[in-house]
Write a protein that binds this ligand. Structure first.
Ligand code: NAD
Length: 270
C-alpha cells in the first residue's frame, strides 16, 4: 500500500531517536512520509531529527527539521507556523515526545513529578493548541497522542510519574476529541506495549529483552515500526470515523491473565 497520506502534511514531535536504531517518533515520521505526507520532524536535538530527515530524503520523500522544545507554548506556535510556511497546511500531529521515570512512590520528588507532566503531557497540549487553528483552516485533521501499556497495566514500581502521565495522555485524547470533533479533527492515542526501541535498549540486558519480547500472545519482538503503522492508520482517511480511542499495540498483553486461567479444553471439544 502507498499514498495513504498523499497530499497531507504531518508534524511529528520527538521525530528523532535517542540512540542508534529506530524509535517510535522516527518510525512514524518515516512511514508517514512513505505514505505520501510531507513531514516536519521536530526535536529538541536537531541532529536527531536530521537523521530521520536524511533517511526520508534518501528514499525520495519529503521532510525537514524543526528544532524546538515542545513543552514551550511559543516554540509550538513557531513549529506550527514553520509547517504552514514550508508546506502550506497541517493535517496530522503526532505527539510522540515522552520520557520514562525512575522513581518509586517512596522516592518521588516534586521536580521529577513536575518534569514528567511538563514533558509528557504539557507538550501534547501546547502542540495541539498550536496546530488546531491550522487544521480547522485545512478542513479537519488527525492528532495522535503516544500513551503506553503502562497506563493500563501495573508496571515496574519506578514508573510512578510515567504511568500517571500516560493515563493523562489517554484522558487528553478523550477531552480533545470532544472539543474538536465539530471541526472534523479526530484525536486518538496509540499505547505501545513492550516494543524494543532505543528508549528501552539503554536500560535492558539480553535476558530482559527476551522476557519482554515474549511477554505477549504473539511471541515475536515488537518494534517501533509496529507502532508507526498504527499511527499511519489513525492519521489516514481509513480511520475517518474513529476518534477519542486508544489503540493498544501490544501483542495482546492487555488481554492476558498472568498465571493463566483454568485448564484448556481438550482439542476435540473446540
Ligand atoms: P526516543 O526517546 O527515542 O525519541 C524521542 C525524541 O524526543 C528524542 O529524540 C528527544 O530528543 C525528543 N524530545 C524529548 N523531549 C523533547 C522536547 N521537550 N521537545 C522536543 N523533542 C523532545 O523515544 P521514541 O521511541 O520515539 O518513543 C517515545 C514515545 O513512545 C514516548 O511518548 C514513550 O512514552 C512512548 N512509549 C515507548 C515505549 C517503548 O517501549 N519504547 C513503550 C510505550 C510508550
Amino acid at each position: 500500500m502507498a499514498d495513504r497520506l498523499k497530499g497531507k502534511v504531518a508534524v511529528v514531535t520527538g521525530a528523532g531517536s535517542r540512540g542508534p536504531g529506530v524509535g517510535n517518533g522516527k518510525a512514524a515520521a518515516v512511514l508517514m512520509a512513505r505514505e505520501g505526507a510531507k513531514v516536519l520532524c521536530v526535536d529538541l536535538h536537531d541532529e536527531r531529527a536530521q537523521e530521520t530527515v536524511d533517511l526520508i530524503k534518501s528514499e525520495g520523500f519529503e521532510a525537514s527539521v524543526f528544532g524546538a522544545d515542545v513543552t514551550r507554548q511559543e516554540s509550538c506556535r513557531s513549529m506550527a507556523s514553520a509547517a504552514v510556511e514550508r508546506y502550506g497546511r497541517i493535517d496530522i500531529l503526532q505527539n510522540n515526545v515522552g520520557i520514562p521515570s525512575r522513581q518509586t512512590l517512596a522516592d518521588i520528588t516534586e521536580d521529577e513529578w513536575d518534569e514528567h507532566f511538563v514533558v509528557n503531557v504539557r507538550s501534547m497540549v501546547m502542540a495541539a493548541q498550536s496546530v488546531v487553528p491550522h487544521m480547522i483552516a485545512a478542513g479537519g485533521g488527525a492528532i495522535i497522542n503516544l500513551s503506553s501499556i503502562a497506563a493500563v497495566r501495573a508496571y515496574p514500581a519506578t514508573s510512578t510519574a510515567y504511568t500517571v502521565s500516560k493515563s493523562a495522555a489517554m484522558g487528553l485524547t478523550v477531552a480533545l476529541a470532544g472539543q474538536l470533533g465539530q471541526h472534523r479533527i479526530r484525536v486518538n492515542a496509540v499505547a505501545p506495549g513492550q516494543v524494543f526501541t532505543p528508549l528501552v535498549a539503554e536500560r535492558l540486558d539480553e535476558e530482559g529483552r527476551q522476557r519482554r519480547a515474549t511477554s505477549g500472545l504473539i511471541k515475536d519482538e515488537g518494534n517501533a515500526w509496529d507502532i508507526g503503522w498504527a499511527s499511519v492508520f489513525l492519521a489516514s482517511d481509513e480511520a475517518r470515523w474513529i476518534t477519542g480511542q486508544t489503540l493498544l499495540v501490544d501483542a495482546g498483553i492487555s488481554v492476558t491473565i498472568p498465571g493463566g486461567g483454568i485448564a484448556t479444553l481438550p482439542p476435540q471439544r473446540l
